[in-house]
Ligand binder design. Sequence first.
Ligand code: UD1
Length: 375
Amino acid sequence: MKSMKVTLVLGTRPQIIKSAPLICLANNDPEIELSIVHTGQHYDYEMTKIFFEEFNLPEPTVNLNVGSGTHAQQTAKIMIRLEKILLKQKPDLVIVPGDTNSTLAGALTAAKLHIPVAHIEAGARSYDMRMPEEVNRRLTDHCSTLLFTPTENCTKNLLKEGIEEKKIYQTGDTMYDVLLRELPKAEKTTILEKLGLEPKTYVLLTAHRPENVDNLENLKNIIEAAIKLKPIIVVFPIHPRTQKQLRKMKLYKKIEKEKHIIMIKPQGYHETIKLIKNAKLILTDSGGMQKEAFWLKIPCLTLRETTEWPETMILGANSLVGTNVQKIIEKFNDIMNKEKEIVENLKDLPNLFGKGEASQKIIEIIKSIKSYLKN
Ligand code: UD1
């Protein structure tokens, strides 16, 4: 008889990725009865179902089907629908990974029902409250019972905010667990052949942050920079938000004319990791890809002014370039001119994100304090 009921709330692409090993471990654990509640924040095949298939995950127990909307609509809809589910399920613990609207809505709903909340990836801070994710992270951390931090810096951020030390467990990063586990499968994909690419001949570009893609000036700049990288090939998997904005701002046709820019639909996890590992450089505004580039030792230029992952900036591995075209091109040329030295530096990067055992540790901690959580 399973003695602990755990509900995992997720709804977006990065949350599925960072939960994958945890789901597998929990599902095979004799003590844990796991229920997965998918909020429906992401709903396209390429944004959600593909990852359940790639990682062989069980279908979510429930899908709240909230879909897209404003922040308030999305968060509120999740809360209203999730509350009913949690009242029925009566879990001993609700786990929320990451920093999306699904994360915050899950944490708030559970906390208000006095159900203990565990936050995976706690303590990350960009100190930029204009980012929706920063609001989500902070509020989630402050209503969580257990905070699983990926790095020492994240632990320190929480302590600075007055969060009790006994609630914090520095486990390492579950995204690193996934990478180590899935790398052999990623290596086997044929995405490079499919796109006619040779290793280390292209830049991988992604952009989806609202502050970049919902702003005409910033989106134009990112595209301008990609055009200026000619003759270097730019591989550009396009997030649905970005796709919509490129069409709305009439930039889609402009890119289509550029032979060196390869636009593709959002890729699965394995294909993406293969594309990162074989790129010359990563140009991104994604939080997760900054870390994946760091772990795979590929130089990264981040299309933002701040990052919640300052750990990745050591030894020139990652630099913040914002969306200024000149700055992006200058920094790119700088890295290319010093390519040998930088690649040498990247070889020595310390691992600040744990040893790939974070998910295992999280499961052990949850089980060890089972009786405390039940009271
Ligand atoms: C969300 C997260 C962000 C995360 C990102 C990963 C928040 C505030 N943001 O951003 O932290 O990095 O997911 O992808 O939670 N859309 C589709 N199909 C989908 C999903 C979205 O077409 O399956 C389109 C819709 O037009 C939607 C837009 O993308 O309005 C934005 O989706 P939304 O879930 O609001 O935020 P993301 O930009 O994906």
